[in-house]
Design a protein around this ligand. Sequence first.
Ligand SMILES: NC(=O)c1ccc[n+]([C@@H]2O[C@H](COP(=O)([O-])OP(=O)(O)OC[C@H]3O[C@@H](n4cnc5c(N)ncnc54)[C@H](OP(=O)(O)O)[C@@H]3O)[C@@H](O)[C@H]2O)c1
Length: 225
Amino acid sequence: MKILVAGGTGLVGTELLKLLAQRSNVHVTALVRQIPALGFSSDQIVFRVFDYDREEDFQKLAQEKFDAVFCCLGTTRKKAGSDKEFAKVDFEYPRRLLAAVAPSYPIFCAVSSVGADKPRGLYLSTKAAMEKTIMSSGLRYVILRPSLLLGQRQEFRFGEWIAGSLFSRLRPVLENFSEQKIAEFMPIYASEVARAMVTYALDRPPQEGGVVIFGRALFWDDEPT
Ligand SMILES: NC(=O)c1ccc[n+]([C@@H]2O[C@H](COP(=O)([O-])OP(=O)(O)OC[C@H]3O[C@@H](n4cnc5c(N)ncnc54)[C@H](OP(=O)(O)O)[C@@H]3O)[C@@H](O)[C@H]2O)c1
């Protein structure tokens, strides 16, 4: 199975690559800005330096065949420097990626965010626009809408650190409630998001159309909604 991963150096992307490295039947191409030092070894993951602003890089992708494409790209408004640059990473790059791989008709799996179905503000509007592009692409798709991500991030993000410190303590309490509304907003470990990506895109892929995974289905392997 030929798999393409975009954003494989991020919090979710790294966990996804770890899971894919444990599978025997996959050959993974991970698009990166710089070749990362892996905390694990794998023969089946090949890193490719890729420039999302270079048309030639996309043209090369368009000539290849992939069975599944995972998009874990993302940035913050602060890191990107402007609304425009933020939207480029969170919407325009996934859109270009999807257009490039569409000819080989892979299943397309992307990380969005809780709230993207009722978007308010730049972040959620951008996620909503990305979702709409995927849903109207004609490809089979899996879209995940996690809440706050927990995990060991390389860079320091103050807001996320505060929220993460608080919510990682609350998580064991919240786990006792299985209501969908609580599950939708429950903070989630990046490794859990990665597991859900693999489950719903590779192990139980939609036969046609797509699924949006949020709330309980992200944690407890429920039937998608
Ligand atoms: N943080 C949260 O609490 C939260 C909650 C819900 C949903 N999400 C969404 O979940 C997704 C994954 O989040 P994450 O925390 O795993 O992301 P992350 O750690 O910030 O990683 C983002 C990935 O995107 C790549 N990227 C960023 N800017 C780029 C650029 N200009 N050109 C090429 N690649 C670029 C990064 O590559 P480099 O390593 O080269 O920078 C990295 O591989 C994102 O879409 C995010 O919006 C996050």
